[in-house]
Design a protein around this ligand. Sequence first.
Ligand code: G3P
Ligand code: MG
Length: 277
Amino acid sequence: MDPFLLRPFGPICAHRGGSSLAPENTLLAARYAMALGAHCWELDVQLSADGELLVIHDDTLARTTDVAARPEFAARAPWLVHEFLAEEVRTLSAGAWFLESAPHRDMEHQTDREEIAAQRVPTLREALALTRAHRFPMNLEIKDHAGQPGDGLVVARVLDLLAEAQCDGLVLLSSFRHEYLAQARALCPSLPTAALVEDRHPDNLIDFLRRLGVMAYHPEYTMVDAALVHELHAAGLRVHVWTVNERAHARALLGMGVDALITDWPQRLANLAPVVA
Ligand code: G3P
Ligand code: MG
């Protein structure tokens, strides 16, 4: 089932929950994004040392938590996510850094600095509960665990949680590590998937995507043009691009026929896109 066609909405997807609005990959960001017109949210997941799925982008805790300021963790630099227990991560602030050093933040919508500083790294379970409660579709990106103990486990863990979460039709799974998408398809063929790419298109792109069985292609936005979008649509594939933060770029991409824009600034783009009935 296509999560982007479940209900009348347009194609604005809040990147990391909408990382200009609140600390990235927090529940607060997702709530702001929802309130300000996003139609779905993107988040990143990684396994902790004890196998909990945490919503965090980097493979270290350094940038988006206060771990470096915590004396009890000083000896554990560079603070790799997969070397921390979930309960340790959950003691950290995932919001203080946003108030001090987030590169692009929109404080216009912020009223409560304490609430921001009090944000924790969410578990995927919590994120799915938000998606279910608000029918707010999620693009769940599994980060690349290559070389980590969780590499062979992460897909099964995600699918186990999804089976419990009652979010059918609300989750689109994506990854740069395309073998995760093949694993997911083998274990749960009904779960929609999308292939992320950053630098170059895979050889024989359409055949590649068909073999993977994905429903969407997620390239970095400068990689697409109208001809490519047309070709992908003709093959029955949707095109969702990232990370589009400028209105002029968004307008051009929508003009090419792109189906969704993954953006840090959903509040800036929300009124650009036609709502799909
Ligand atoms: O899923 C789109 C985008 O999030 C991919 O890049 O590094 O922000 O996770 P990144
Ligand atoms: Mg991501």
